[in-house]
Design a protein around this ligand. Structure first.
Ligand SMILES: NC(=O)c1ccc[n+]([C@@H]2O[C@H](COP(=O)([O-])OP(=O)(O)OC[C@H]3O[C@@H](n4cnc5c(N)ncnc54)[C@H](OP(=O)(O)O)[C@@H]3O)[C@@H](O)[C@H]2O)c1
Length: 209
């Protein structure tokens, strides 16, 4: 397979890049700023390179670039894996550009998957905090979390999907831990709405405290 991946030098993208690289049946191209491919300025070049590939991994986040790549490459690549974020779920509680972009991305993936004319198979990864996540807790775009998804779990899911692309969304495990609760309430400046959410979660899972 010809595999193209954005954001291959660190984090999840790097783990996926190395996974595909070790299989000699694949040819893999990584596109990141350090290689001269900045999603902010080189979108057209990236689309040209990815056109016609078997698998495009739309991984690096840069504003609305993931959403644009999804729309522009729909129908032009056989399969596409999109790195989303459950941060989108909190976009009502803590409005950030990041949360909004990821929410839009998730919706766009779902809509495209419903289109009878689209022949691109799409997998949206609804990611929670990833192993190695070492965020700056003062960054409004980031929530520090102590419940982490192992990168290898994502790689195994991707490996399964490319063999059986019969689903289009995966939501990885995520927990509102005490640390995350503190983070969210600090960023919101109030605990009220968050407590409503927590009460909803508690009554849904029927855990008494
Ligand atoms: N980490 C988490 O906890 C987490 C949670 C939920 C969702 N996600 C999502 O998962 C994806 C990967 O996240 P990650 O944390 O693994 O990434 P990361 O460790 O922050 O690495 C980002 C990668 O993207 C590249 N990159 C950054 N800006 C770029 C740009 N403007 N143009 C091209 N390449 C760019 C970087 O390489 P260069 O510096 O060389 O460009 C690097 O390879 C992202 O879409 C992120 O939103 C992550």
């Amino acid at each position: 397979m010809k595999v193209i991946i954005t954001g291959h030098t660190r984090g999840l993208g790097n783990r996926l890049y190395n996974f595909f690289l070790k299989d000699k049946n694949h040819s893999v191209i990584g596109l990141s700023r350090s290689q001269g491919y900045d999603l902010k300025y080189s979108l057209e070049k990236i689309i040209e390179i990815a056109d016609g590939c078997d698998l495009f991994i739309n991984n690096a986040y840069c504003g609305t670039a993931q959403n644009q790549l999804l729309q522009r490459l729909n129908g032009r690549v056989k399969m596409m894996i999109v790195s989303g974020s459950q941060g989108g779920y909190f976009s009502n509680l803590i409005p950030t550009d990041y949360g909004q972009h990821k929410k839009d991305l998730s919706e766009l993936c779902h809509l495209i998957s419903l289109d009878k004319n689209s022949n691109t198979k799409i997998l949206h990864l609804d990611l929670s905090s990833l192993e190695g996540n070492d965020v700056d807790i003062d960054d409004p775009n980031n929530l520090k979390c102590d419940y982490l998804t192992a990168l290898d779990d994502v790689v195994k899911t991707v490996d399964m999907w490319i063999q059986y692309p019969c689903f289009n969304n995966i939501r990885f495990n995520f927990k509102i831990t005490d640390l995350l609760y503190d983070q969210i309430s600090r960023k919101m400046g109030t605990k009220e709405e968050l407590d409503v959410l927590l009460n909803k979660i508690k009554s849904a899972s029927d855990i008494s405290t």
